[in-house]
Design a protein around this ligand. Structure first.
Ligand code: NAD
Ligand code: UD1
Length: 350
C-alpha cells in the first residue's frame, strides 16, 4: 500500500463517495493512508455514512455536497485541492427507472462524467477509476465472462455505462489520462463493523436488500423472479461479491495506475467478481443460516430483461491487479444481517 501514500497518489477524489460502494471504498482509502475528498449530491445517500466512515477509519473525509453537473462548483474543488486520482462512482443505478426516465439517466450519468473529465484535463489529473458493471456484457453467450466478451447493453442504465466506457477509452487515447474500468458483478454485504452498508430508498430492486428486509419482518416474502431458468435449481445465478473485497479492488487499481504511469495500457477493463455463481435459492438458504430463521418466498414470473446466469472470470484482475475476492457467501450474509439488524431503517434510524 505504501506506493500510494508515499508515491504519486496521495489525494483521491471519490465521486458518489457517500453511497453504498463509495463509503466502503473511502474506508479502504483512509486505511491505505490516502487523503480522501468526497463529492456527492446525496440524491441517493446520507452524510451519516461518511460520519461512520470516519468512525471506522479514525480519520477524516473532506466532504462537498455538490452535484457533479454543477461545473462551477466542481471546479472550485479542483482549484482548492491537488487531486492525484479520481474514483468515479456517482451515478443513478436503477435499471427500471432508467427505462422510464432515460433522459434523466443520460443527463445525470453522462453529463456528470463529461464535467469531471473536463476538470481532469484542465487540472492535469492523470488517473481515473470508473465504476462499470457486468451489465455491459448484456446476456453473455457463455459463462464465465471474460473482459474480451462482446459488449451490449439492454437498458438505458447499462447504455450509460457502455457509453462512459467508450468516452473514457477515447480520452485515454487522446490525453495524459490513464483509465481503469472496473466491471462489478453483484456487490452485496456490508462492513464487518455493522456501521455502513446498503440503505436503499423505497422498495429494493436488488435481491439482497429485499431478502434482508423479509428476514427482518419488514416485508412478507421474497418474490423469486423465475423458477424455470436452465440453472442448477431453475432460479437465476449471479456472482455475488462482498463489497469490502470490491472496495479493496479499487486500491489495487490505483496501485496499478501509479506503477504504470507513462507506460503500459492507458485504458484497461477488469472484472471484479468471485468467479462463482449462486442461485437465488442458494442465497436465501445461506441467509437463513445467518439470521437463524426461515425466509418465506414464492416463485413468480421472470423479471423482464433478466438473464439466467452470469458470473465472472476474474483471472485478469487476479493476475494484473494482484487482487482476489476472499470473502465467502456465508460471510456476505452474516455481514448483511449484522448491518440490517443494527440499522433497521438504514441511516435514518439516528
Ligand atoms: P449509490 O446510489 O449508493 O451511490 C451512488 C452515489 O452517487 C450516491 O451517493 C448518489 O447520491 C451519488 N450521485 C448520483 N448522481 C450524482 C451527481 N450528479 N452528482 C453527485 N453525486 C451523485 O450506488 P452504489 O451501489 O454505491 O453504486 C456506485 C456505482 O457503482 C454506480 O455508478 C453504480 O452504477 C455502479 N455499480 C453498482 C452496482 C451495484 O450493484 N450496487 C453494480 C455495478 C455497478
Ligand atoms: C441488476 C441489474 C443490473 C445491475 C445489477 C447490479 C436488472 C434487470 N439488472 O442485476 O443491470 O448491474 O443489478 O446493480 O435490474 N431477484 C429475485 N427477486 C428479487 C430481486 C432479484 O428473484 O426481488 C433475482 C433476479 O432475478 C436475479 C438475482 O435475484 O436472478 C439478482 O438480482 P439483482 O440483485 O436485481 O441483480 P441483477 O439482476 O444481477
Amino acid at each position: 500500500m505504501r506506493i500510494l501514500g508515499r508515491g504519486r497518489i496521495k489525494t483521491v477524489l471519490v465521486t458518489g463517495g457517500a453511497g453504498y460502494i463509495g463509503s466502503h471504498i473511502c474506508v479502504e482509502l483512509l486505511d491505505a493512508g490516502l487523503e480522501v475528498i468526497v463529492v456527492d449530491n446525496l440524491s441517493n445517500s446520507s452524510q451519516e455514512a461518511l460520519n461512520r466512515v470516519e468512525k471506522i477509519a479514525g480519520k477524516t473525509v473532506l466532504f462537498y455536497q455538490i452535484d457533479l453537473q454543477d461545473k462551477a462548483r466542481v471546479k472550485t474543488v479542483f482549484e482548492t485541492h491537488t487531486i492525484d486520482a479520481v474514483i468515479h462512482l456517482a451515478g443513478l443505478k436503477s435499471v427500471g427507472d432508467s427505462g422510464r426516465l432515460p433522459l434523466k439517466y443520460y443527463q445525470n450519468n453522462i453529463y456528470s462524467t463529461l464535467v469531471l473529465l473536463e476538470m481532469l484535463e484542465q487540472f492535469s489529473v492523470k488517473n481515473i477509476v470508473f465504476s462499470s458493471s457486468a451489465t455491459v456484457y448484456g446476456d453473455p453467450a457463455t459463462v464465465p465472462v471474460t473482459e474480451q466478451f462482446p459488449l451490449r447493453a439492454t437498458n438505458p442504465y447499462g447504455r450509460t455505462k457502455l457509453m462512459i466506457e467508450e468516452i473514457l477509452r477515447d480520452v485515454a487515447n487522446s490525453s495524459h489520462i490513464q483509465v481503469v474500468l472496473l466491471r462489478y458483478f453483484n456487490p452485496i454485504g456490508a462492513h464487518e463493523s455493522g456501521l455502513i452498508g446498503e440503505a436503499p430508498n423505497g422498495s429494493p430492486n436488488n435481491l439482497l436488500p429485499y431478502v434482508s428486509q423479509v428476514a427482518m419482518g419488514q416485508r412478507d416474502k421474497v418474490l423469486i423472479f423465475g423458477g424455470d431458468y436452465p440453472t442448477i435449481d431453475g432460479t437465476g445465478v449471479r456472482d455475488y461479491i462482498h463489497v469490502v473485497d470490491l472496495a479493496k479492488g479499487h486500491i489495487r487499481a490505483l496501485q496499478k495506475i501509479a506503477e504504470n504511469e507513462g507506460k503500459g495500457e492507458r485504458c484497461q477493463a477488469y472484472n471484479l467478481g468471485t468467479g462463482h455463481g449462486h442461485s437465488v435459492i442458494e442465497v436465501i438458504n445461506a441467509f437463513e443460516e445467518a439470521c437463524g430463521h426461515k425466509i418465506t418466498y414464492k416463485i413468480v414470473d421472470r423479471r423482464s430483461g433478466d438473464i439466467a446466469e452470469c458470473y465472472a472470470n476474474p483471472n485478469l484482475a487476479n493476475q494484473k491487479l494482484n487482487w482476489r475476492a476472499e470473502k465467502t457467501l456465508p460471510e456476505m450474509m452474516k455481514d448483511t444481517w449484522r448491518w440490517q439488524t443494527k440499522n433497521p431503517k438504514g441511516y435514518k434510524s439516528d
